[in-house]
Design a protein around this ligand. Structure first.
Ligand code: ACO
Length: 323
């Protein structure tokens, strides 16, 4: 059977680093509070010349280089983002143009912090359905643009960045020994939509709006939702928790990451953590973490890698793959 195998990975970050110490001069906060409650020490913030599409393009080019491929080899681009450059067209089309691609197709997926998981699952279906041979899956965000910089409860949490993978159709045996995506599980429950949302949009205010979050409510649901879809992934593949070589979670908050790992029985040595460096980059956080851990040699060919995320909506999901 056809499997969607990660052939290349890459990432891109804005030039500017904003440390917690600098944050202390912007809002009434402290490095100690931020580190203790979230694990975040710094985040990257896009300047005027850096946008979701430009960061996405840079990550895409890095992933293509890593795969030894060119844009000619790609037949679909899926971009996960909640902060597109324009209301329309999709920023995926902008990235397609920046890459000089006139063939194939490109579209955005919007599932907030679960966006990259949704995008990987969608790309896998295109590949296994025979509609695409190689898909560029990108997560790119400029959440700094939708932060209220006077609201200390949200502005300390988020950052900007982009990551990408190239998924390629390869023949597998149909067993959990195959390389590539083995299973994916997507969920949403819109009854939670007001717990984490942006108070604007084309159809309502005509403005992009700012992030609003009931932090404790999000926290309350996060670990349960995340672990549910991880158990779904294990049940679907008959793999055990012990088989997981790397947990690559959405990087929202170290306490959610540690709480999920503890509940699952996965030691923190097997968890990729970048939230300290990047903050919460929403749909970009998982591909940024993948690029970090594959780039420094932690994630190796043949490893079982579990991606999971939960975010606005609520949306949540998991992707289990063999690297
Ligand atoms: N600096 C200093 N003090 C602060 C700050 C800050 N940046 N922000 C809030 N406080 C204060 C509050 O005003 C409050 O003060 P009070 O007791 O005098 O009223 C106190 O700290 C405690 O506030 P809480 O909101 O109760 O703090 P909590 O321990 O819940 O931590 C946090 C807040 C970090 C947001 C936590 O709720 C959390 O992690 N929630 C999950 C949110 C999350 O991760 N969201 C993203 C996931 S979804 C996605 O990725 C889009």
């Amino acid at each position: 059977m056809i499997r969607s195998v990660v052939r290349g990975f890459g990432s891109a970050l804005p030039k500017r680093v904003l440390t917690n110490q600098e944050m202390e001069s912007k809002v009434d906060t402290t490095d100690e509070w931020i580190v203790q409650r979230t694990g975040i020490r710094q985040r990257y913030i896009a300047d005027e010349s850096e946008t979701t599409a430009s960061l996405g393009e840079a990550a895409a080019r890095a992933a293509l280089d890593n795969a030894g491929l060119t844009p000619d080899d790609i037949d679909l681009i899926i971009l996960a983002t909640s902060t597109p450059d324009n209301t329309f067209p999709a920023s995926a089309v902008d990235i397609q143009n920046r890459l000089g691609m006139k063939h194939g197709a490109a579209f955005d997926i919007q599932a907030v912090c679960t966006g990259f998981v949704y995008a990987m699952s969608t790309a896998d279906l295109y590949i296994r359905g025979g509609m695409a041979k190689r898909v560029l899956v990108i997560g790119a965000e400029t959440f700094s643009r939708i932060l209220d910089w006077n609201d200390r409860t949200t502005c300390v949490l988020f950052g900007d960045g982009a990551g990408a993978v190239v998924l390629e159709a390869q023949e597998g045996q149909g067993t959990a020994g195959d390389r590539g995506i083995l299973t994916s599980h997507l969920r949403s429950d819109g009854s939670h939509k007001d717990k984490l949302y942006v108070n604007g949009g084309p159809s309502t205010t005509g403005q992009a709006g700012f992030i609003h979050m009931e932090g404790r409510e999000v926290f309350k649901y996060a670990v349960g939702m995340i672990t549910d879809v991880v158990y779904d992934a294990l049940a679907a593949t008959a793999l055990e928790v012990e088989d997981i070589d790397w947990l690559v979670p959405h990087q929202a908050n170290i306490r959610i990451i540690e709480g999920s790992a503890r509940k699952l029985g996965i030691p923190m040595e097997k968890v990729v953590v970048t939230v300290d460096q990047h903050g919460n980059t929403s749909a970009a956080s998982i591909p940024l973490a993948l690029a970090a851990a594959a780039g420094d040699g932690r994630i190796k060919e043949g490893d079982i890698v579990l991606l999971e995320a939960m975010g606005g909506g609520f949306t949540w999901g998991s992707v289990l793959l063999r690297w």
